[in-house]
Ligand binder design. Structure first.
Ligand SMILES: [Fe+2]
Length: 306
């Protein structure tokens, strides 16, 4: 497929400096030009000033200029205006106002991290030593941006934009209110969710393994218990371990590891998940504020007065 990676997200927040300090704590590397970088993915987060928190832009890497031509035709068929040159294509998703930018860029092969040794029944992978997960002293630094979750008041239109227009593939569905979409070999790079207001639910950041999900979240909560949202658990869709935290603007940020991979579209059969499976497989019960963030009502008011 022509799409090969989720390049970056730009998030609008009312409190840029405070939120920037949070993402530095989260383990992203602060650049002089306002971008935040991951270890393997380069510049993947930008914060900009906005009256209320929102997803401003999503960048996607594509293989070659032909891919842009095909996407432009698909978007125009949906009635979406498109701006394009030889290397980039820009279009706005009408309901959420999210700017999608497709850019021709080379594929990045992520360096392979050696598997973490875990002992199991009849299986000693780690003889005579304590677990790496408790010996690591370095702060957790995410490997790459994994996905964003976008609430929309027009589920069908937003889904059509990303799936039928941009060419994201369907990995799984949550009833008729959620769709897990991918633009890479990850199970999902974007989840579109029906919601009473357009908003950014969360971004998600890959770490090495479940120990680093736990270590990263524990470090974030040290002195900041208010950052905790939900975790540790394992999702059903995508299978990934998760722990959700909250930035000072109200956006959730997830550490994840061990997500399903779909290197070949033929290998994956999308399922429609019903009930709790749409949300998770195991873990503590999700707090009500995970499904309906505390500031949704305020965001709705903000949306009306804009
Ligand atoms: Fe997630």
């Amino acid at each position: 497929m022509g799409l090969h990676r989720l390049g970056s997200v730009t998030i609008g927040v009312p409190n840029v400096a405070e939120t920037a300090a949070y993402y530095a704590d989260f383990g992203l590397t602060t650049r002089a030009d306002g971008w935040f970088a991951t270890r393997d993915g380069g510049d993947q987060l930008r914060l900009v000033a906005a009256p209320t928190r929102r997803l401003v832009e999503l960048r996607v890497g594509v293989d070659d200029p032909d891919d842009l031509g095909r996407v432009a035709a698909n978007l125009r068929r949906l009635g979406v205006p498109v701006e394009a040159d030889a290397r980039t294509l820009t279009a706005y998703e009408q309901t959420t106002g999210v700017r999608a930018v497709l850019q021709v860029e080379p594929r990045v092969a992520q360096p392979e991290v050696p598997p973490t040794p875990y002992n199991g029944p009849g299986r000693i992978e780690r003889a005579g030593t304590r677990a790496p997960g408790i010996l690591r002293a370095d702060p957790v630094r995410p490997r790459k941006l994994g996905h964003a979750v976008l609430g929309t008041t027009d589920f069908a239109a937003t889904t059509a934009f990303f799936r039928d227009g941009l060419g994201f593939r369907t990995s799984d569905l949550i009833g008729d209110v959620g769709i897990f979409l991918r633009c890479s070999t990850d199970h999902h790079n974007l989840l579109v969710l029906a919601a009473p207001v357009a908003f950014l639910h969360h971004t998600s950041w890959q770490v090495d393994d479940v120990d680093d999900v736990g270590r990263g979240a524990s470090a974030m909560l040290d002195g900041h218990p208010e950052r905790h949202v939900w975790g540790l658990g394992r999702h059903h869709a995508g299978s990934n371990f998760f722990w959700y935290l909250k930035d000072p603007a109200g956006n959730f940020a997830e550490y994840y590891s061990d997500m399903d991979a779909v290197p070949d579209d033929q290998l994956w059969t999308p399922e429609t998940l019903e009930g709790a499976k749409g949300l998770f497989n195991w873990g503590p019960p999700p707090p009500p504020s995970f499904l309906h963030p505390d500031d949704l009502a305020a965001l709705m008011t903000g949306a009306h007065s804009r």
